[in-house]
Design a protein around this ligand. Structure first.
Ligand code: HEM
Length: 506
């Protein structure tokens, strides 16, 4: 046997042996969570075929609500019970506030320098503070109320033009995506794209497609993240794909920054400095240019668009699909609106606190179809215990919110769509976690709830809705981290007679 063959044979035998030895010595004497049998090198990766949240739910039903897996060389912990979630994000909240380093974070999060991907530390704290102040505080949300109402009205007006005479078949996905994208773009760059008839629409359309690709490429979908050897050879060309995506998103966000920079230069007065997220970041850049670089700004623009636009629009699309399949629920929501608002004006965002059933519909949709079915992966910065089990530093922790939301031990009749279940309890605790929990929980939940509530309420108040055919709207899930509906929603829509006098003047 020549040297090369000898090298490969020893490699084949030695690697699994070293791996098993390391595993054994590290784990000896520790109380480890239950785990399915694994295969050397790949661990449990061979079990992952299909939607990850579904596969993990199936495995957890056999191995328990705190289950250990290994994706190649990376240990993974899967949490599927409210009590374990509570322990993770109360006692262990700081330890678990870290994020794992994944390859997508290198390219799409500019070396993990965005609020979503940054490790728990100073940069993350600074970004979270800035975003709370500039985008998510109650005062900030109030100042953007006009933007949200304007965009929802545009959606309604647009639908009215198609449906004022009779029932018309309408495609909903692109309309709703345009709504949430425009709202975010106004907050980020004081710009709206869709519905303007501007040349930017094409550019934004392309960018929206890129965002969908980003969702597909982000997170735990790259085998090279788990088996380092595959990364060396760029298995399936994943790294190349990320690089290509990064180039596209980079150009888009750099252009936005340059536009605002030029506006700020043209106007020397403070008044010329706008109130957008980019303005806020550029003001900070003037004070600390080496800390708040263009790359940091670009990464966070992309994060906001990725985290904020598809999540809300997909949820509205799921909600409309569920309502079409449950006309009784739709009717009850409409009665609530008619009773409280009447027919002399359009519903406004400030009405939402008086429309509890609409909020129940939103919550029930988020329970069945959470846009982050596994939240975003967490990673303990030091060894800790969860449910009495030892969890090593560096383990990727996945919380299966989707499975908890559908657990019959936790919810009554969990697979049925029953918004009224949210009428009884004020605080659902750790069994309802569509926005995560703890210090890394979604900072955009207030914004999302306002947009989803107002959009749904307006669609219900102004239009009659029917399914395109006899059969129910399909509720199959498509590919992607945010669990989109597989087929874009189409529905029959007709403007309500009693609202026509308002709709025709929009
Ligand atoms: C239906 C709408 C939404 C859902 C279901 C949702 C869900 C989530 C979830 C599950 C997480 C991860 C929490 C964790 O790690 O435990 C998250 C994080 C995040 N979300 Fe949302 N989100 C929504 C809308 C938004 C909006 C509108 C924005 C902003 C415009 C936003 C911005 C973020 C950011 C920046 C993070 C990362 C936070 C961090 O790591 O510190 N989200 N979201």
């Amino acid at each position: 046997m020549d040297n090369i063959h000898l090298f490969f044979v020893s490699f084949l035998f030695l690697v699994p042996l070293i791996y098993l030895f390391k595993l054994f010595t590290h784990q000896k004497g520790r109380n480890l969570p239950p785990s399915p049998p694994s295969i050397p090198i790949i661990g449990h990766l061979h079990l992952i075929n299909g939607h990850l949240h579904r596969v993990l739910q199936h495995l957890s039903s056999k191995y328990g609500p705190i289950m250990a897996l290994r994706f190649g060389s990376r240990p993974v912990l899967v949490i599927t019970s409210p009590s374990a979630v509570e322990e993770c994000f109360t006692k262990n909240d700081i330890v678990l506030a870290n994020r794992p380093f994944l390859l997508s974070g290198k390219y799409l999060d500019y070396d993990h320098s965005t609020i979503g991907a940054a490790p728990y530390g100073q940069l993350w704290r600074d970004l979270r503070r800035i975003m709370t102040l500039e985008l998510f505080s109650t005062a900030r949300l109030k100042s953007y109320l006009g933007v949200r109402e304007y965009e929802v009205r545009s959606l309604i007006k647009n639908l009215y033009q198609d449906s004022f005479q009779d029932f018309a078949k309408v495609e909903m996905r692109s309309r709703i995506q345009g709504l949430s994208f425009n709202i975010l773009m106004k907050m980020i760059a004081d710009k709206r794209f869709f519905g303007t008839g501007m040349r930017d629409v094409e550019e934004a359309g392309r960018f929206r497609e890129v965002i969908t690709d980003v969702f597909e490429a982000s997170g735990a979908s790259n085998p090279g993240d788990f088996i380092p050897f595959l990364r060396w050879i760029d298995f399936q060309g994943y790294e190349k794909k990320l690089l290509k995506l990064q180039k596209k998103t980079d150009r888009f966000s750099q252009n936005l920054i340059e536009e605002i920079r030029t506006k700020r230069c043209d106007s020397s007065s403070e008044k010329g400095k706008g109130k957008t997220f980019i303005d806020a970041m550029l003001s900070l850049q003037e004070l600390e240019p080496e800390y708040y670089t263009d790359d940091i700004i670009k990464g966070n623009i992309l994060t906001l668009l990725q985290a904020g636009s598809d999540t809300s629009s997909l949820t509205i699309e799921w909600a409309m699909s569920l309502l079409l399949n449950h006309p009784d629920v739709l009717e009850r929501a409409r009665t609530e609106l008619d009773n409280y608002i009447g027919q002399d004006r359009l519903v406004q965002e400030t009405d939402l606190t008086n429309l509890p059933y609409i909020q129940c519909v939103v919550n029930e949709t988020l329970r069945l179809f959470p846009a982050g079915p596994l939240l975003v992966p967490h990673e303990p910065s030091q060894d800790c215990t969860i449910g009495g089990f030892h969890v090593a530093r560096g383990t990727m922790v996945l919380v299966n919110a989707w499975a908890i939301h559908r657990d019959p031990m936790v919810w009554d009749d969990p697979l049925s769509f029953k918004p009224e279940r949210f009428e009884k309890v004020e605080n659902e605790g750790c069994r309802f976690i569509p926005f995560g929990i703890g210090r890394r929980q979604c900072p955009g939940s207030g914004l999302a709830n306002r947009v989803m509530g107002l959009a749904l309420a307006s669609l219900i108040q102004c239009f009659e809705w029917e399914r395109v055919g006899e059969e129910l709207v399909s509720l199959s899930e498509g590919k992607g981290l945010s669990m989109p509906k597989e087929e874009p929603l189409e529905a029959m829509c007709r403007a309500r007679q009693r609202m026509s006098h308002i709709l025709k003047d929009l």
